[in-house]
Write a protein that binds this ligand. Structure first.
Ligand code: ATP
Length: 334
């Protein structure tokens, strides 16, 4: 449904995005994840036909976004970072207006507006002046204007920025409910947004796509990502040697010896982290080999890489460069 090939944009002499390639299948939600300044908005604006690319092509529903920009604008719904709402209009009046400029035939407008109001939980606010709505409701109106003409593709740029936690949950649920009948690209710098809403993720860093996959595959492919944490009793170095011999074990290392209750461990006990090969499940072999060799196994739990681990591994260099700029970052943001 959305095909992006070798897209580049240079502002003056500053490259904003370079050789960006990805696609989005019909009915899918793709998360376009990257830190501030990575090139997300630039890519979204090119896809929505509002900004020409310097190089490369982007097609939506088979139409080139540059050559067929008018057709593309009718095929997509676009929620920019700051939605262009008319504050003195009522919610319903505004949606009728957008339906008209998006080419919805006059006879179909009432029905389309009614559906968009219902999908965005706005039916009881339809007569409210937009200026009087809370930020969360304004965002819903922004999404309603993006879907009122029932477009096959929807582009959402940072749809939950500035919302409170309750509003964020509502907007994420709304976005999820739109998948299937719509193809969606959602740009964000918030990791949980991607894990919670998207089928696939493209990670963009310094204008380049550095990974595209499902969140699950990205996490399982992460080097040193998944494995087990053990609390054992016995000779730690010997335990490490024994575990290292197992085929699916790639690394065994000591980790701080603090018990689950936060107290220091008794003497002669240790905690180990066992990193396993992606896709393998050697848990029962690990337990068996330790017990056979007369070690005590007090605790064993599986640990998985998170999307945050993946993101950090892929963008470490940029994180270092921006380390002085993280004071305002809240939990879950990148
Ligand atoms: N109009 C412009 N003129 C010059 N440089 C620009 C312009 N717009 C964006 N840039 C630069 O292009 C790069 C990508 O910006 P862009 O807004 O696409 O990133 P972003 O990932 O959306 O960031 P944010 O999350 O902060 O909005 C940045 O280095 C930015 O400074």
């Amino acid at each position: 449904m959305i095909e992006v090939e070798h897209l580049s944009k240079i502002y003056g002499s500053t490259p904003a995005i370079t050789d960006v390639t990805f696609n989005v299948e019909e009915g899918e939600i793709l998360g376009f994840l990257g830190p501030n300044g990575a090139g997300k908005t630039t890519t979204m604006r090119i896809l929505s036909g509002y900004l020409p690319a310097t190089n490369g092509t982007a097609k939506i529903a088979g139409f080139d976004v540059h050559e067929n920009s008018l057709s593309v604008r009718q095929k997509i719904g676009y929620l920019p970072e700051n939605p262009p709402l008319y504050p003195e209009m009522t919610v319903e009046g505004f949606l009728f207006f957008v339906a008209r400029i998006k080419g919805v035939p006059a006879g179909d407008r009432a029905e389309k507006v009614k559906i968009a109001l219902a999908k965005c939980n706005l039916s009881d606010r339809r007569h409210t002046i937009i200026r009087k709505l809370s930020k969360g409701y304004k965002q819903r109106v922004g999404i309603a204007q993006a879907i009122v003409h029932d477009p096959p593709a929807i582009i959402l740029d940072e749809p939950t920025v500035g919302l409170d936690p309750r509003q964020i949950i509502d907007v994420r649920n709304l976005i999820k409910s739109l998948a299937g009948s719509h193809t969606i690209i959602l740009s964000t710098h918030i990791l949980p947004e991607v894990s919670m809403t998207c089928n696939r993720v493209a990670i963009i860093n310094k204008g380049k796509v550095v990974a595209t996959n499902t969140p699950e595959n990205l996490m399982s492919q992460l080097t040193g990502g998944s494995g087990y944490e053990l609390e054992i009793g016995g000779e730690t170095n010997l335990a490490k040697q024994i575990l290292q011999q197992l085929a699916d074990v790639s690394l065994v290392e000591s980790i701080p010896t603090v018990a689950a209750n936060g107290m220091p461990l008794p003497e002669n006990r240790a905690c180990l982290r066992v990193v396993t090969q992606p896709g393998s499940e050697p848990g029962s072999n690990i337990a068996a080999i330790l017990l056979q060799a007369d070690f005590q196994l007090y605790e064993m739990r599986r640990v998985s890489a998170t999307l945050e681990d993946v993101f950090l591994q892929l963008t470490t260099e940029e994180k270092k460069l921006e380390s002085t700029d993280t004071a305002e970052t809240t939990e879950g943001e990148v």
